[in-house]
Design a protein around this ligand. Sequence first.
Ligand SMILES: Nc1nc2c(c(=O)[nH]1)N[C@H]1C(S)=C(S)[C@@H](COP(=O)(O)OP(=O)(O)OC[C@H]3O[C@@H](n4cnc5c(N)ncnc54)[C@H](O)[C@@H]3O)O[C@H]1N2
Ligand code: MOO
Length: 408
Amino acid sequence: MELLKTLSMKEAKVLTKENFNNWRMDIEYISLYEASGRILAEDILSPINVPDFNRSTVDGYAVKSKSTIGCSEGLPGFFNVVGEVEMGKSTSLRVEDGECCYVPTGGMLPEGSDGVVMVEYTEALDDATICIYKGVAPHENCLLKGEDIKEGEMVLKKGLILRGQDIGVLGGMGFNEIPVFKKLRVGIISTGDEIVGPQDKMKRGQIRDMNTYSLAAALIKDGCQVTATAVVKDQLQLLKTKISEFLQISDMVLVSGGSSMGTRDVTKDAINQLGEPGVFIHGIAVKPGKPTIVGKVHDKAVFGLPGQPVSALVVYNVLVRSFIEAIQGVTSAKPYILGEMTVNIPSADGREHYVMVNIKEEENKKLVYPLHGKSGMLTMMTNSLGYVIIEQNQEGVHKGQPVKVYLF
Ligand SMILES: Nc1nc2c(c(=O)[nH]1)N[C@H]1C(S)=C(S)[C@@H](COP(=O)(O)OP(=O)(O)OC[C@H]3O[C@@H](n4cnc5c(N)ncnc54)[C@H](O)[C@@H]3O)O[C@H]1N2
Ligand code: MOO
């Protein structure tokens, strides 16, 4: 009797990473407009202070804050207006005690001033005099030189998946082009005599391909480039030829189906026969996804994902994505929501369980509802927001227990 030797998911992640320790990512320079979702390839230090000069954050009068102490509606202070700062221009104006200078929001503070009184708290008496009804504290209504970013400061770290705010900050520091990792090139093969594409006429006994599409979408979302896709029959030679062809143009190949122990499950043999060191994982103690295969052909990665559509995508989410992130040193945190499980979920077979769930907000609580179904039913995932992990050594989750929901 041949049984799969299963590793824990944690062990599988470590072993996969170890097998590709010398993986080198290529770098390219791209414009900020192309940077959303790309992974930063170098630490970014700021070449300048942001802002580069003291600025007002309101429309008002720049003053020496100490000269406004005690100003109130009952006892306003009288100030001479020495001039007006123009937006986007440097100023040579200077403010002394009892003097003020008009500054627009974002304008440069004149020498000597350290606070700005909002126009609402002032009244013009004539062209050269205002009264102030409310004093300001030092640095009130100002953004000081370098207060956002100091020159030389490390602002963004290598491995960050760039979001709008990160790209805006890069623009603010004067970057035009930035270094990111070149997109990983991934080929996708769906195996199975029964699999047909959307363009094919379906005969009885055949089923339509789901995995090619779900995996391609997941890869693209994770910043990879899908180099090629194919549906291949369950024949060793055909599969070997296709994997080998895809490896020529890819860094990695995902094969779905044929991962189990049936007579037509040829993925493991195909990988082993293509080159050293071949398959180094077959079987992970997870549900779904137990028959997962991970191999190395020369320096490239080949994953054999279980054919069941839920299993294939769950293993992608948990293992393949973690590998893709590990080789790129991704530092961005994974989003999850803390909620409360609404039912007991037993789990005692020594496997890590991934349970698809939904969240409903009731009485200020985030209630977590599991979805039940078989791993051949992909709508279980379309109807869920994310998944909960029940660890291998956990005997399940109790009703009322707080759980982390990892979002799709
Ligand atoms: N004797 C055993 N049988 C099975 C075991 C086992 O341990 N011992 N494990 C079961 C588990 S768990 C899974 S998961 C599947 C994995 O099987 P394979 O990776 O060999 O996948 P296939 O047999 O090729 O396909 C399984 C199922 O999924 C459908 N499929 C495959 N590809 C696609 C696709 N691209 N789009 C949509 N659906 C697809 C396929 O038609 C099958 O119904 O093995 C169990 N068996
Ligand atoms: O573990 Mo298989 O991957 O159910 O469905």
